[in-house]
Design a protein around this ligand. Structure first.
Ligand SMILES: Nc1nc2c(ncn2[C@@H]2O[C@H](COP(=O)(O)OP(=O)(O)OP(=O)(O)O)[C@@H](O)[C@H]2O)c(=O)[nH]1
Ligand SMILES: [Zn+2]
Length: 195
């Protein structure tokens, strides 16, 4: 079953955004800002929609028995998240792989899983681990691997102001951790090499 975020923004969120505008010295009643609290509340509700999704259910709904034991990799999954320290975006690409034991999962569900964890207040390391561990727990594969590459706006727009640094995190579980060849195959595949 598709997972949609149908949650409506709360009135309290809207009221808080209005208070933030006032604290910034703005006039929340001026024409351009009149609907801003409602818009921001709606945007933030979407951007944190992961809190209202159950990652286990995303996977469980589309597990199929299949006699396929090679590596499956879904690479370049765009994601947008919010760093929990500054509540500023970090975004980039996730590469997800697993080696099935008996079950494969519908490919769209890996991307949905990334979104379900990304649309929360996060640190990139935890986000990476949560995706990998959910795949291990729900699909019970021989191994799971997640690599995430992201730009953090809190490092670009403010703070240290480094415009070109990318943060790379990885979680390698099961066969990806214990077998160097498996890990190398995954890394080659996500870099666009076939072998
Ligand atoms: N490990 C990790 N750190 C993050 C992530 N997102 C933001 N941070 C960092 O969280 C840290 C918070 O450090 P503080 O010194 O408390 O905050 P700050 O004074 O705003 O730090 P600066 O960003 O250096 O100005 C900063 O170093 C951020 O770069 C993340 O996903 N993972
Ligand atoms: Zn930050």
């Amino acid at each position: 079953m598709p997972v949609h975020n149908t949650e409506k923004p709360t009135d309290s969120l809207e009221a808080h955004v209005r208070a933030i505008l006032e604290a910034l010295g703005e006039d929340p009643d001026r024409e351009g800002l009149e609907n801003t609290p409602a818009r921001v509340a709606k945007a933030w509700t979407f951007l944190t929609g992961g809190y209202r999704e159950d990652p286990d259910k995303i996977i469980n709904g589309a597990l199929f028995t299949e006699d396929y034991q090679e590596m499956i990799v879904e690479k370049d999954i765009d994601f947008y998240s919010l760093c929990e320290h500054h509540m500023l975006p970090f975004h980039g690409k996730a590469h997800v792989g697993y080696i099935p034991r008996k079950k494969i999962v519908g490919v769209s569900k890996l991307a949905r899983l990334v979104d379900a964890y990304a649309r929360r207040l996060q640190v990139q390391e935890r986000l990476t681990n949560q995706i990998a561990h959910t795949i291990m727990d729900r699909i019970n594969p021989l191994g799971a691997a997640v690599v995430m590459e992201a730009e953090h706006m809190c490092m670009r727009m403010r703070g240290v102001q480094k415009q070109n640094s990318t943060i790379v995190t990885s979680a390698l579980l099961g066969a990806f951790r214990t077998q160097e060849k498996t890990r190398a195959e995954f890394m080659n595949l996500i870099r666009g090499h076939a072998s």
